[in-house]
Every structure is written in C-alpha cells, then in structure tokens.
Design a protein around this ligand. Structure first.
Ligand SMILES: CC/C=C\CC(=O)SCCNC(=O)CCNC(=O)[C@H](O)C(C)(C)COP(=O)(O)OP(=O)(O)OC[C@H]1O[C@@H](n2cnc3c(N)ncnc32)[C@H](O)[C@@H]1OP(=O)(O)O
Length: 718
C-alpha cells in the first residue's frame, strides 16, 4: 500500500509501504493513485514528496505478479497523473530506485537521491523493457547514449553517477527524505513545464541512425539470442525518432511481445532461483533458517596455483585477513608478485580504493594454526589432499573449518582423514575464482549444519551464488557435464565435426561449444581425471567399451598426440600459436577423425543440428533428474543456478531443468527413449525414474517438483 500524510509546510508525503523492497504491487499502485488524488484535491497541499518505507524507495514492479493476470491500476497512467500534477512532486530516493521504481521517479518533477542509492532499469535482465515510459523519458533526461547503455545492460548506478548523468537533481550523504521535504517547500509556485520529461525533446547526437545501428550490432553480439536487449534498442530508436505518444505505443508493443515470450518467464525464474538456493535445506532437516552460522574473519588458502590465487583474492575482497600458503618457492614468489596486483585491480573494478581485507604470504603450514577456516586448493590428487588434511587436522585449532576446493573428489574420504569430520566441507570454486559467481558447497555425510551454514554465508559475503550440493563424483555441475561431453565425442565418432557441434551449442546460447571449451581448459585436464578413474593411460586396452560402457577414446588420443588445446596451439581447432585465442578449423582433425572411424569400422553419416542439440542437452538434463532423484540437489532451481552461474547456460533459457519443462517433459522422455533405443550401450540416455514419475504425474510445473520428489521419496518410489 501507500500512505498519505500532510506535513507542516503544506507538503504531502506519499510513502510506498511494501517490504522488503516496496515493490509496486497492485495494492501499492492503488495506494499511490488514491494518495495522488488527495494531493490534487486538498487545497492545503502545495507540494508532494514520494518516498519508500525503511529507507528503500522502490524495487520496481512486483515480479511475482507477472505470473498471473494483471489486476489493480496500471503504472503508465499513474505516472502520467503524477507528471501532470500542477503541484511540484519530488522523489526522495534512498536505498534503491529500480525498474518501475525509477520510472515512477522519472514521472516526478524533481529527484533527490542518497549518494549510495542504487538506480537502474534492470527490466532487460528479466526479459522485459522499461514499459512504464522508461524508454521514452530516460533518453529525454540523460541523453540517448546513456539511456542505451543503462537500458540494454540493466546495470545499477549509484546516486553519485546518476547525478553525473543528470538523472537526479541533487545527491546527499544525509537523509534524502529530509532534503526533499525542505526542497519541496522551497519550490512551490515554480513553473513545471520544463520538468515534465514526456514533453521534452529526446537528447540525441546528430548521427542517431549511425549510433543506433552500431549499438544494435554490439547488442546482438552480446545477447546470444536474448530478445529483450534487442527490443530495448528498438524502443530507444522510437524515443529518438518519434513523438512521445507514438514512442510510448512502440514501447508497449515491444513489451507485449517480450512479456509473452518464454524468455521472460525463463529470466524471471532465474531471478527467483538465485534467491531460492540461498534458502538451503539438507536431507537431515537442517535449513538456512534453523541453523546458526559462524562469522569468519581469518582464513587460509593452501596452494597458490590459479585457483588458490583467485580464492585468496575473493576472501580478501570479502574483508578477510588471509594467510596464503605455498610450499614451492617459485610458485610462492610468483604469487607474491601477482596476487596483490589482482586484488587491487578487482577492488578497483568494484569501485573500491583498496580491498577491505589483507593477504600475507608464507611457505609453512604452521602459519595457519590460528585461522578460523582453511581452503585447500592444491592439485586435484586424492593422495595429496588426504595427506594435507591429516596435517591440517593436526596443525589447526580444533574448531577450524577445513574446506577443499575440489571439482569432484570425495569429501567424506577427506573428512575421515581428520579428527573433525563435522568441520569438513567442499568448496568448489570456478575459475577465475575471484570473478566467477558460482560456488558449489559440497556437504559430506558428516558435515555439520553449522559448517554448511558458515560456508554458505561466507560464499554470500564473497558475492557468490552458493549452492549446497551432495557429495557424489563430480558433485552436480561436473556430474551433469560428463554425459554432455561424452555425447559430443560420440557425435564425432558418428560423423560430426567439432565445429559443427560447437556451432549448434553456441546458437543455443552457450558462450562456447564443448570443443572450444575443452581447448580453452586444456585436454590434459580431462585426461588426468579419466586416468585417475582407470579409464585411460598405459595398460588400458584401447577399446571403445570401458568399464562395461560405451567409451570414446578420441579425446585421449588427441591428448596423447600432444594436442592439448590453446596452450599448445593445437587441439580440436588450430590457433596462431601456443596461447592463441582464435580458433580455426583444422584439416588435421578431419584426417584424424577419418582414420579413427576407418580403424573402428564406423561409417560417417550426416547428423542434423536437432540431433546434436537433443543428444547433448537431454543427456545432461537426464543426469540432472538423476541428481534430484538421488537427493544430491535439493531442487531444480539449485541445478539451474549452478548451470547459469557456472557453466554458461544461457540465462534467457532459465537452466537445464527449466528448459526441460519448457520443451515438455513428455517430449524429453520420448526423445531419450528414442536415442536409447538407437544407442542402448549409452547408460546416461536411459531415462531417469524421476522423469518418468513426473511425466506420469502429468508434467507438473517446475515449482511443484520438490513436493513430488519429497512425496515419492517418503513412499520409497524413487
Ligand atoms: C510495466 C512494467 C513496469 C516495470 C517493470 C519492472 O519494474 S520489473 C522489476 C524491476 N526491478 C528489479 O528487477 C529489481 C529486482 N530486485 C533486485 O534486484 C534485488 O532484489 C534488490 C532490489 C536489489 C534487493 O536486493 P537484496 O539483496 O537486498 O534482497 P533480495 O534480492 O534477496 O530480495 C529480498 C526479497 O525481495 C524480493 N524481491 C526483490 N525485488 C522484487 C520485486 N521487484 N518484486 C517482487 N519481489 C522482489 C526477493 O525475491 C526476495 O524475496 P525472498 O522471498 O526474501 O527471497
């Protein structure tokens, strides 16, 4: 709702009241309409201030309402009514003014903000555009180039930057509301014509077409198939070239198209998934809201390779005092040089003069004896990690948490090597660890709820999307990646080329296809993991069946031929030289594949894009269902957040489990059955029990899956 109060000095104060972010729900919009009406009718009111309760102006439209039919007064006429008032209206922006919240402020005649308030039009991140006049008013106020930037990226800016761009009239480090109230009294009677943005011309450079065309090219490249950024440019073109009323009609037309697109639903689902994963639950019943966490202020990182360095920087950026340990002298001296520069650079990127935490370097494990939490980031080798955990258990204080940055090793085994298994947990970071948003928090069978809560909280402080997952080989992300890459290799055996598979995946929206990604991370990484699993290496028969399953030795053979990817200048593609970045098709690979197929009596066939996409994605999705079935992820949102934030799954497609729902669970099942019939030796194609159960239950919406999984588990049907 919104409250009206008449204050001394004849100022009407309208307060938006809808915690936690004062979103513009139907009730709030109705409240504003009434309050504006009172301000018009009451002769005692000479000016108006609009603010939000609890120091937060407004977080925009209530996103939850987008799922149902529209009710309550619409926003566009409401904002026009405010703009048309003949009494001055001032927006007092504290905390945030986002989306419809900023559009409401743009309808006011003046805007006063706190320097640290966040302002922005983030609708594009929800698959929409600012359709309450935002695309038409903002370029009239801040100019077309600034509006293009803000609206197509959805980025948040501070009150200070908003002042520089002319979006607000004044900023303060004190109370924006107090200043706005005083200001409102002082401007009674001033003419308002030049303050009504919809009546002003758009502030455009001379070469509008050139600017818009160039911008559109950039936006299309960045969008990777997302519709909203492109529609935003269209709406801004209308603002620049048409009168306000026509521009507004165009804005509405484009919004209608977006609103009904699957992409908007996917992006709104992704918004809520990101928040759902913070509300973790464990099979034991421990949850985010019934477990206390410890606040960590001192931490150590062991091993200063690429991952360890990034983790140390991430911890220091979160305000921690970090002890960085590396026993190899050369590596330590490199880290001493590089890490402070990385820290400074990243702090600068986040708008900080210096990082809030500090990093000290040393070469002895004894130096971590007093810290509250240790993250080991040594080489991915179980024997090495076990030895380290034994040492840490002896060296550290008894209540120090011991965490392993592993991408798939057994946390229970590591915990068993210590005297404190309840304080052991996995922290699977993604490279570069100070930048990538995802953190898989791997809960061992003996990890205590307090340990999980502490590490989830620490992840949040580091600005990560932390997802609690179970302890199984590969955890969630890498476990699902395995059948996906396996299918890609099988497709090569059957006739596809790496660039053909990659093209299909990139057109779907991945930043990189599976083979370009493999070249980037290095083919030796996977080879070492397969060797440790006994799947390849000296003494292993070079067959296409290993450990009782179809197996493609193609990546092993590439690796053994010295084609490690970008680092050697040759992999699934060729590069200008070692370390080269631009991938070009390599005739060598064609010859290699021809020879391989001939050796194994495989006839190459033409494979359609549809088959490539379905086999790669549905095998990954099927593994996701198995993970849910095994209880290794609490719900589909957890899997989807992992894929969106850690594996480049296009956000406008929600995540793999959401995508399955969009395609139709029955269709995914039918396709898996079809491919399983054709390839009965490929285990990951065998449809999971959970998928069958969901289809049998009538393919409920994704929000109902947790309930069904819980029910079926109680009845032991999964
Ligand atoms: C005609 C169309 C007109 C307008 C279109 C729009 O306005 S679209 C909406 C544009 N606004 C946004 O995109 C803002 C979305 N919210 C955020 O970015 C963050 O929530 C915010 C506001 C920066 C606050 O972040 P913080 O970390 O402080 O809190 P958190 O994200 O955990 O949110 C707290 C709870 O509030 C819920 N919520 C936030 N914003 C909205 C919203 N606009 N509508 C509905 N609900 C919202 C969020 O889901 C959290 O809920 P909880 O149940 O506690 O998980």
């Amino acid at each position: 709702m919104a409250t009206f109060s008449l204050l001394p000095g004849s100022v009407a104060l309208i307060t938006l009241t809808n915690p936690p972010v004062n979103a513009l729900s139907a009730a709030v919009r109705a409240g504003i309409v009434q309050a504006v009406q009172r301000s018009v009718e009451d002769p005692k009111v000479k000016s108006v201030v609009i603010c939000g309760q609890n120091g937060r102006f407004c977080g925009g439209a209530d996103i939850r309402e987008f799922a149902g039919p529209m009710s309550g007064p619409p926003l566009v006429p409401l904002i026009h009514a405010i703009e048309a008032l003949d009494k001055p209206v001032v927006a007092a922006i504290e905390g945030l003014a986002l989306g419809g919240g900023l559009e409401l402020a743009l309808g006011c005649h003046y805007r006063i903000a706190h320097t640290t308030a966040l302002l922005g039009l983030p609708e594009v991140t929800l698959g929409l555009l600012p359709a309450a006049g935002g695309t038409q008013r903002l370029p009239r106020l801040a100019g077309l180039p600034a509006a293009l930037d803000l609206i197509t990226t959805g980025r948040h800016i501070s009150g200070t930057e908003a002042l520089e761009l002319g979006i607000v009239d004044q900023v303060t480090d004190g109370s924006a509301l107090d200043i706005a109230l005083e200001f409102a009294k002082s401007i009674v009677g001033r003419p308002l014509n030049t303050r009504r943005l919809s009546t002003l011309p758009c502030r455009c450079p001379t070469d509008i077409d050139n600017l818009l065309d160039r911008f559109m090219v950039q936006v299309r490249q960045r969008a990777r198939g997302a519709l909203a950024p492109v529609a935003c440019v269209g709406a801004l073109r209308a603002a620049a070239t048409l009168p306000y009323a026509q521009g507004l009609r165009k804005e509405r037309e484009l919004m209608d198209t977006l609103f009904n697109s699957g992409q908007a639903r996917a992006l709104q689902y992704a918004f809520f998934s990101q928040r759902v994963v913070g509300k973790w639950t464990l099979p034991s019943g421990a949850r985010w809201d019934n477990t206390t966490s410890r606040t960590i202020s001192t931490a150590a990182v062991i091993g200063l390779g690429t991952m360890g360095r990034g983790i140390a920087v991430a911890l220091a950026l979160a305000g921690m005092s970090v002890v960085a340990v590396e026993t190899q002298e050369k590596q330590l001296s490199e880290a001493r040089q590089m890490v402070p520069a990385m820290l400074q650079r990243e702090a600068g990127r986040r708008g900080l003069d210096t990082a809030p935490g500090v990093i000290s370097f040393c070469s002895s494990l004894q130096d971590v004896s007093e810290v509250e939490l240790v993250i080991e980031a040594v080489f991915e080798d179980m024997a090495l990690k076990l030895q380290l955990f034994r040492q840490l258990s002896a060296v550290c204080k008894p209540d120090t948490l011991l965490c392993s940055n592993t991408s798939g090793l057994d946390i229970d085994q590591l915990a068993a090597a210590t005297q404190r298994p309840g304080l052991v947990v996995g922290m699977h970071f993604f490279a570069p660890a100070h930048i990538m948003k995802l953190l898989e928090v791997v809960c061992g069978t003996r990890s205590s709820p307090e340990t999980v809560a502490t590490v989830m909280q620490l992840g949040k402080r580091m600005g990560k999307v932390s997802v609690a997952v179970g302890n199984c080989p590969g955890f969630v992300g890498n476990r699902m990646l395995k059948p996906y890459t396996e299918q890609a290799n099988f497709l090569l055996e059957e006739g596809a080329m790496p660039e053909q598979v990659d093209k299909v995946l990139e057109e779907f929206g991945f930043p990189m296809g599976v083979f370009r990604m493999s070249d980037l991370s290095g083919l030796d990484v996977g080879w070492r993991i397969r060797k440790a699993a006994g799947l390849t290496g000296p003494g292993v028969e070079p067959t296409r069946t290993r450990q009782g399953r179809r197996y493609s030795p193609l990546p092993d053979q590439m690796c053994e031929a010295g084609r490690l990817g970008q680092k050697t200048g040759r992999g699934w593609y060729q590069y200008d030289g070692p370390g080269g970045r631009v991938a070009r098709s390599d005739p060598w690979v064609q010859t290699f594949l021809d020879a391989y197929r001939a050796r194994h009596n495989l006839a190459a066939r033409v494979i359609a894009a549809e088959e490539i996409l379905e086999r790669c994605l549905y095998s990954l999705i099927n593994e996701g269902f198995k993970i849910l079935q095994d209880g290794m992820a609490a719900g589909p949102e957890d899997i989807d957040a992992i894929y969106v934030f850690g594996y480049g799954w296009p956000r406008h497609r929600g995540g793999p489990m959401f995508h399955a729902g969009q395609v139709g669970l029955a269709r995914v099942l039918e396709k898996l059955e079809h491919y399983q019939q054709l390839h009965p030796d490929v285990a990951p194609m065998k449809p999971s029990m959970l998928l069958r159960r969901l289809v049998a239950a009538g393919s409920p919406p994704i929000q109902k899956w947790r309930e069904l999984i819980h029910r079926e588990r109680v009845h032991s049907q999964l």
